[in-house]
Design a protein. Structure first.
Length: 188
């Protein structure tokens, strides 16, 4: 009565595609993420300064920056930090990013995420598992995969708790979709 991962390939793929399209709807059509991002005051000036200072290379930047704990204790750093602003900045390659590549990577990640949930299901569930338990297990596992570590973004990276809550809600939708697909296609 054991289930193999190979027996779950179709619900894995269908769930991954469902998450992909639900993500598209939630991020491009639904208005609930629109207020999560703001433009910089004097955006053109800030962009010019970044370009002029050579900070237009792709990467993750933090300011004020210190290279060591000793630097963090220095008066100069403490003054910069107290005077503000402080923050983090992610710079993409010139021209933005390759949307096609990001979409493919997103789908591949969805497949990985759902495959891990399916793998865990093969450990704990059987063909005789009640369908409600299959739904709960897959939904919860996918939701945790999508939303389980989002809180760190608010705690450590100054993201708003409201944006984290919205992404956790999105993850719940992805989990419920996956749970429904696995419920529908669970081997008997």
């Amino acid at each position: 009565m054991e289930i193999t991962l190979a027996a779950l390939w179709l619900p894995i793929l269908l769930s991954s595609v469902a998450i992909f399209f639900a993500s598209f709807v939630l991020w491009t059509i639904s208005p609930h993420h629109k207020p999560d991002w703001k433009g910089l005051p004097n955006e053109d000036g800030v962009m010019d300064v970044l370009r002029d200072q050579g900070a237009s290379q792709p990467g993750q930047y933090v300011f004020p920056y210190c290279a060591s704990n000793d630097d963090m204790k220095s008066e100069a750093y403490q003054k910069k930090y107290a005077d503000g602003p402080s923050g983090m900045l992610v710079i993409r390659p010139k021209g933005g990013w390759n949307m096609g590549s990001s979409l493919v990577q997103s789908l591949v990640y969805n497949i990985f995420l759902v495959a891990v949930a399916a793998y865990l299901a093969t450990i704990g569930l059987t063909k005789a598992t009640p369908t409600g338990d299959v739904f709960r297990f897959i939904s919860t596992t996918v939701w945790l995969g999508c939303a389980g570590a989002l809180g760190w973004g608010a705690i450590w990276w100054a993201r708003s708790w409201s944006s984290i809550a919205k992404e956790a809600f999105d993850g719940l939708i992805y989990g419920l979709l996956s749970g429904g697909i696995f419920l529908w296609m669970w081997p008997s």
